[in-house]
Design a binder for this molecule. Structure first.
Ligand SMILES: [Fe+2]
Ligand SMILES: [Fe+2]
Length: 323
């Protein structure tokens, strides 16, 4: 997969400000009320669950440094292992995401309350993933720990700045949907039954996160459709996933794409089209100002390009199955 290919992984970020100043987006009364309603809905829908109950502890044993790393349970495929590594390191990046998202909203706002709850749920993902990987030893645990130290020491935020609250909400909606799809697709390929159950459990959380951000972004776009379209174009065409900062990311992205877990086809058909065309119906929004009209044209042209790349890569795979 080309190195600029979209890639999914764990928790999102709303976009950072290089100088580290607080963004402090003030939401309208309507959007603040939406955030409260959606937070209440989330709390009703989310179910308590315990990472330790999903981990097959019987497979664990003390590591012997004299013995070559081996796995407990069926060895997972290269694509699955790459997805596990990228997803876990992205979840580990949580402090950095939290910093960027929380500082975007006032401390006493419903959005800030949501962000704290969301962070608690995201941390549960890294806990359960790491525990399962440790007992099954599907990854080299020393390399994993070094990669975690590097990830958290350096941190990651998407390259494109959040110009507005709508930018952040749109980015987060895409990020959470991409993450849900990635975990679901990984879960379908994980051989260990406990591992598959963990992927599905995490994907269920990611879906609820997605629904929160999607519906907040929808409300923001309805409030100001022109500004919303410009933000949507800016975020979609600059979309960058947190995993890009991981050492060896290009090779992992290639393995993940080859396994069909996440590639241009998935990004186009399962992320962009469902949100941009079917949910937000950008092609039929009326009354946009000239800048927003230009943004819509730019966005749709970019999406067509992503589809063409997906088609070309699929053709290439058919012609050269081992490439
Ligand atoms: Fe997560
Ligand atoms: Fe999430």
């Amino acid at each position: 997969m080309p190195k600029d290919a979209p890639q999914p992984n764990g928790g999102p970020a709303a976009g950072g400000q290089p100088d580290g100043n607080r963004l402090g987006f003030a939401l309208s009364e309507h959007l603040e009320a939406c955030a409260r309603t959606l937070l209440d809905r989330h709390m009703e829908r989310s179910r308590e669950w315990f990472p330790h109950q999903l981990v097959p502890w019987r497979l664990g044993r003390d590591a012997d440094p004299q013995v070559e790393p081996d796995t407990a349970g069926p060895p997972e495929s290269t694509g699955v292992r790459s997805a596990l590594l990228v997803n876990l390191l992205t979840e580990d990046n949580l402090p950095y995401y939290f910093h960027h998202v929380a500082q975007a909203f006032p401390d006493d706002s419903a959005m800030n309350e949501w962000v704290r709850r969301w962070a608690a749920e995201e941390q549960r993902h890294s806990i359960v993933l790491r525990d399962w990987i440790c007992v099954t030893r599907q990854l080299d645990l020393e390399a994993l720990e070094r990669a975690r130290m590097h990830q958290v020491s350096t941190g990651f935020a998407p390259g494109v700045r959040a110009e507005s609250a709508c930018d952040g909400l749109v980015y987060l909606a895409f990020q959470e949907l991409a993450t849900r799809v990635s975990y679901r697709n990984t879960g379908q390929q994980v051989l260990d039954r406990a591992g598959a159950a963990i992927m599905n459990r995490v994907a269920t959380d990611e879906n609820l996160h997605f629904l929160f951000y999607r519906d907040m972004a929808t409300a923001a776009m309805e409030e100001d459709p022109s500004a919303g379209m410009v933000a949507l174009d800016r975020q979609v065409t600059n979309f960058q996933m947190p995993g890009t900062s991981i050492a060896g990311f290009a090779a992992h992205a290639t393995a993940i794409a080859a396994a069909g877990i996440y590639d241009y086809r998935v990004h186009s058909d399962q992320i962009l089209d469902p949100l941009v065309r079917r949910h937000w119906k950008v092609e039929s929004i009326c009354g946009l100002d000239p800048a927003a009209e230009a943004a819509r044209d730019h966005l749709l042209a970019w999406m067509a390009r992503v589809r063409r790349v997906a088609d070309r890569l699929e053709d290439q795979r058919v012609r050269e199955p081992s490439a």
